[in-house]
Design a protein around this ligand. Structure first.
Ligand code: ZN
Length: 576
């Protein structure tokens, strides 16, 4: 594409060569580092990723004047350019000579490309390089952004030879130069990377175009043309990395991030890239620990920022206290040495301001305990809770303000239901077929006969499992049947209509008093399976089941352990 205006380029190179006479170098040495901006036009393309690998390996930042059409095709490469701290810039949508276009067409070329660049990489603030460097007053005004040309033309598009590209760069480079290349040629990528190694040994630092001007205290203005930023005795230095500190404040992890004056800080706590997804830092904040803070300091996120700092925060957090209640006596312990344990017994959430635990505490029935641990140099750990119920049961996950509390407490006290281990009840868990049958067996207070145990037909109900005897009993009593002659599926959850069916079968030989045929008035009546309808009518007539607050029976909803506790509690009231 550049071939169309090789005449213009030849003139530009000639002019550049004149300006690039040696002799400015001693001045530059005194004023700080020698700076140079490599720029790559017309991409992204198939060689851009390789160029990015090479730049990354060398710790070098560059500027990419992308075509909107290419950024559309190679959007993930464009995103990587930005993510890795290079400057993303605008080279029009499809490379027309802008001076030949109307103002509106120029604006469309620039704006559509800005949109594609932002869509690809999430950046903003794109300087513009008009194709062929072709620009006039009218086009500059229409572009409405700083216009960036070049001071070293490598003629890489013409020579297509890596060594020649390298030699051209080395011959013409000077402090403050903007070097023109094209990342759509493999030879340009190889030539540029090789030149970087040599220029580094000559004391050059590679910067984006934006940095080349910022570091020398120069402001780039919209509609102005820039091709060089020669040394002027000023070097503001590279953008310094932010510093991240953490401390325990009130038992919580407080993060403070500082950066050099004038730089904004962006950070994330979820491991994502702060230049793309970061929050702008506005002051100390609290974070969970352990955590990984990623932060970046920036004068502009697009090409004028520090490398990302990743900080793993490991300030110790006190372990969650271990809570035990035995015979109404509460004991608390914490695995973290030196941690203090604080607790409440009035239902409120424990905090470090709550009473200090100093030894076993006698509880009265119906008490909710809350405890947490922490200390001066520790972060406060997670809070633990537990209930010493009105009937003297210790449960970690059932509390008096829950609708199923009384029923669960009743079931535990009567031994009809038991916990799932370690004083948990798991009220929200589905009740399984094996559990329901066991509950009914407990409720019946009957004994399964030897014959029933020997006659167990189900291959998946194994001897030694807690439900073995109960399933044998229920099968003998025709309370349950299997999915097939050999299969019971004891671990499968059950729906409300299936539970109704089993309960109804269980009650078949029981005198139940006032039971009578009722007409159901649930909104979702048609969803109840035909086979389950008589059973649903029966259990509803007995008051064992109710509809939900919307007036639905929800026959296909899975029955929870909490629901089972409520249903069986009512059953107890009916049969006692
Ligand atoms: Zn171009």
């Amino acid at each position: 594409m550049k071939r169309f205006c090789s005449f213009f380029l030849a003139v530009a190179v000639f002019a550049t060569a004149l300006c690039a006479a040696p002799g400015v170098r001693p001045q530059a040495e005194a004023a700080g580092k020698k700076l140079i901006a490599f720029t790559f036009d017309d991409g992204p393309g198939p060689y851009t990723e390789r160029l990015l690998d090479g730049l990354k390996a060398r710790g070098v930042k560059a500027t990419f004047f992308m075509l909107g059409s290419r950024a559309q095709t190679y959007s993930s490469t464009a995103a990587r350019v930005y993510r890795e701290g290079h400057q993303v810039a605008n080279h029009s949508y499809d490379h027309p000579e802008l001076t030949a276009l109307s103002d509106q067409s120029v604006k469309n070329q620039i704006q559509s490309t800005n949109n594609y660049l932002t869509k690809a990489c999430g950046g903003s603030g794109y300087v513009v390089r008009p194709p062929y460097g072709s620009v006039n007053q009218r086009v500059k005004a229409a572009i409405g952004a700083p216009v960036v040309l070049w001071s070293v033309d490598t003629r890489d598009w013409q020579v297509l030879n890596a060594n020649t590209v390298t030699n051209n760069i080395l011959r013409d480079s000077f402090d403050g130069a903007i070097v023109l290349m094209h990342d759509i040629y493999a030879t340009s990528v190889d030539g540029a990377l090789s030149a970087i190694d040599t220029l580094k040994s000559r004391g050059y630092e590679f910067v984006t175009v934006r940095e080349l001007f910022r570091r020398r205290g120069r402001t780039m203005k919209n509609g102005e043309v820039y091709d060089t930023s020669r040394p002027n005795g000023k070097d503001l230095g590279a953008v310094q990395q932010p510093a991240v500190t953490d401390e325990a404040v009130g038992g919580k992890l407080q993060i403070t991030i500082t950066a050099q004056k004038g730089a904004d800080i962006y950070y994330t706590v979820d491991g994502s890239d702060p230049a793309v997804k970061g929050k702008k830092y506005s002051g100390p904040f609290f974070a969970e620990t352990p955590c990984r803070i990623k932060s970046v300091a920036a004068f502009h996120l697009n090409g004028s920022r520090s490398d990302t700092v990743e900080t793993a925060i490991t300030t110790p957090t006190a372990a969650t206290p271990e809570l035990q209640i035995e015979n109404g006596v509460l004991s608390l312990s914490c695995a973290t040495e030196e941690a203090e344990i604080h607790y409440t017994t009035d239902g409120t959430e424990a905090a470090m301001g709550s009473p200090l635990y100093q030894g076993p505490v006698t509880l009265s029935p119906g008490t909710v305990v809350s405890a947490c641990a922490g200390g001066e140099t520790l972060l406060t750990g997670k809070t633990v809770r537990g209930t010493y119920s009105s009937r003297g049961n210790f449960v970690r996950d059932v509390f008096p303000n829950q609708w199923f509390y009384e029923s669960v407490d009743t079931m535990l006290s009567r031994g009809i239901m038991s916990g799932t281990g370690n004083h948990r009840f798991e009220p929200r868990a589905d009740v399984t077929r094996g559990q329901l049958v066991t509950i009914l067996y407990q409720h019946s207070q009957e004994q399964a006969g030897e014959e029933a145990l020997k006659a167990m037909p189900f291959a998946d109900v194994k001897q030694g499992r807690y439900y073995f005897t109960a399933v044998a009993w229920a099968y003998e009593k025709h309370i349950v049947s299997g999915y097939s002659a050999r299969e019971f599926r004891p671990e499968q959850s059950i729906t409300r209509e299936e539970m109704s069916q089993i309960l109804s079968a269980y009650l078949a030989d029981k005198e139940m008093g006032d039971e009578q045929e009722i007409s159901l008035e649930y909104g979702d009546l048609e969803k109840i399976s035909r086979w389950a309808l008589p059973a649903v009518k029966r259990v509803c007539a007995l008051g064992l089941f109710h509809g939900d607050e919307k007036g639905n029976f929800a026959p296909k909803a899975k029955a929870s352990r909490a629901e089972a506790a409520c249903v069986i509690t009512k059953l107890c009231e009916l049969t006692d």
